[in-house]
Design a protein around this ligand. Structure first.
Ligand code: FBP
Length: 547
């Protein structure tokens, strides 16, 4: 690997850690826990890992730990800081017992099943400290859900003498971790499983998991770019920029970026759903602001659009749910048809009247995109749906009719953007570098203490890092039942934007002012060196949620 000057300078950054992780630990156990919903179903499915207590680490006496071989997997989409989870895990394991070994399974959960691995040595780990990306061992989206896979993985672990696995992933991957932990515990297989909360989407959070890693850095990268676009828009004064932001379902990224950059319009999917808005309502909302700004001579602006918007418009949500079910059961028949037109017609004839009406009213390009392959977890691949372009076209058409009616006298030229992949492998901010290193260390302690079915948790994140609280949360505590591939399955509940939460309220307080005036903020690039008030900033989401 050829290293950039920043990478070389950043190698010597020493991540900040909670005081409780710096020496020996004592574990304080909380009360027995319950799943967030569907308690009876979840308890029945996880009889061996359900109800375990929340664990908090406090400083304690140094202890001796037996040597262990540990395997680690990076699962799902990349998120800045994954390499620091691995370096924190590696250093933590070596501190517990210098004989400990760490193996990295290659290319995600598939590597565990196919026995593709490398031993992670000091030399390898040192190359990746404080860098972005998941390239140290690669990632993948294979879902571990077949007994055959668990058994193959067990054979591979036994061969390498592995007695603990760390799965670094989002809600779906940590669901895998929990299922695997339960299976191995049931079988008394002698393999512990620990999860680590990863995803730029920010939707793997709850009382005990304040944020998933990567959200901080990704939002800062997008906000820098949005700020730059806003400055361009305010200089040229001729374009409306429609910016779609990654995040799959939840609108946390769009909301955080809005709080960092103060754009003219921010659509929050969860609000659209709560207000039962139609696509036309969303288009009218945007077009009316465009018209009002035009009255002040401002024929420019910025619109932030969450990637998952289409899934939250109630009529579209119903359509997508029907398409998910239909495609799960008729994939072969649909794939056997040649053209997109034939596929659309075939599907349209076989869904409900209500959904058919919506489906045929969509531009062909969007209808085709809704039929694209699902990901291995059965989700629509929303990052492939060009909502930003669709909205530009629809707003343009709406403004044309408003012009005819004398309600719009300005000009409208839209520029589409999609910010997603460019934020997922950025060099982690100080926050993510510190948080991830602490999560990795916490995972090593949970392993040393013989725990399984837990997710590493580091809390109190708006306080200085020395005051962060490390521990473990039982994964079953975060689960509920959801329909996937047409079947009810236990999964970790996604955290959506709370409409009564402080971050959303902050947007509501300001959005009228931001819509009509030009109050842009230009956050600039992430700073890795310099004053703490610039380099160690947390997200607004965390700040307002914890106020
Ligand atoms: P994870 O939930 O696995 O962290 O993935 C996050 C994400 O970046 C989403 O925001 C996005 O919709 C999706 O991955 C894109 O997936 P892919 O990398 O497979 O295109």
């Amino acid at each position: 690997m050829i290293k950039s000057p920043l990478q070389i300078a950043r190698e010597s950054y020493v991540p900040k850690m909670p005081s409780s992780l710096k020496g020996g630990i004592k574990i304080v156990e909380g009360k027995a826990t319950e799943s967030v919903a569907d308690q009876a179903d979840i308890e029945k499915m996880f009889p061996n890992t359900y109800g375990m207590p929340v664990l908090t680490f406090e400083p304690g006496d140094a202890k001796e730990y037996a040597a262990q071989n540990v395997g680690v997997i990076l699962s799902g989409g990349q998120a800045p800081g994954g390499h620091n989870v691995i370096s924190g895990l590696y250093d933590g394991l070596k501190k517990l017992n210098p004989e400990n070994k760490l193996y990295g399974f290659l290319g995600g959960p598939g590597g565990l099943v196919d026995n593709q691995y490398i031993e992670l040595t000091e030399d390898i780990v040192n190359h990746y400290r404080n860098t972005g990306g998941f390239d140290i061992i690669g990632s993948g989206r294979t879902k571990l859900e077949e007994t055959e896979q668990y058994e193959k993985a067990l054979v591979n672990c036994k061969e390498l003498g592995i007695t603990a696995l760390v799965i670094i992933g989002g809600d779906d991957s940590n669901t895998n971790a929990c299922v695997l932990a339960e299976y191995y515990k049931e079988k008394q297989a002698g393999v512990q499983v620990i999860g680590v909360p990863k995803t730029i989407d920010g939707d793997l959070k709850n009382e005990m998991i304040e944020t998933s890693f990567g959200f901080d850095t990704a939002c800062k990268v997008y906000s820098e770019l949005i700020g730059n676009i806003q400055r361009d828009a305010n200089s040229a004064k001729k374009y409306w920029h429609f910016i779609k932001l990654m995040g799959r379902s939840a609108s946390h990224i769009a909301l955080e970026c809005a709080l960092q950059t103060q754009p003219n319009i921010t659509i929050i999917s969860e609000e659209v759903e709560a207000k039962q808005q139609t696509l036309d309502d969303v288009v009218s909302y945007i077009a009316n602001i465009v018209a009002k700004r035009a009255e002040n001579g401002d024929n420019f602006g910025t619109v932030l659009i969450p990637e998952g918007l289409v899934e939250f418009i109630p009529a579209m949500k119903k359509l997508i749910a029907e398409l998910n079910d239909f495609l799960a059961h008729n994939e072969e028949a649909v794939n056997a048809l040649e053209g997109n037109k034939e596929k659309r017609e075939f599907v349209a004839e076989r869904i409900s009247d209500e959904s058919r009406e919506v489906f045929v009213s969509l531009p062909n390009s969007i209808a085709n995109q809704l039929m694209l392959d699902r990901d291995p977890h059965g989700n629509v691949q929303v990052s492939l749906i060009e909502t930003e372009k669709m909205l530009i076209d629809m707003v343009k058409a709406k403004l044309k009719s408003m012009k005819k009616a004398g309600e719009f006298k300005g000009k409208f030229k839209g520029q589409p953007h999609f910010f997603g992949y460019e934020g997922r492998c950025a060099a982690p901010s100080n926050f993510d570098a510190d948080y991830c290193y602490s999560l990795g260390n916490t995972a090593s302690m949970l392993i040393g203490e013989g725990k399984t079915g837990y997710m590493a948790s580091v809390r109190n994140l708006t306080a200085p890092s020395s005051e962060w609280m490390a521990g473990g949360v039982p994964v079953t505590m975060m689960m509920n039942m959801e329909k996937r591939h047409g079947e009810m399955k236990p999964v970790i509940q996604k955290a959506l934007v709370q409409l009564n939460g402080a971050p959303f309220k902050k947007l509501v307080e300001n959005r009228e002012e931001w819509a009509l005036n030009t109050n842009y903020m230009y956050p600039g690039p992430i700073q890795y060196f310099g004053p703490s008030e610039v380099c160690d900033l947390t997200t607004n989401t965390l700040k307002y949620e914890q106020q």
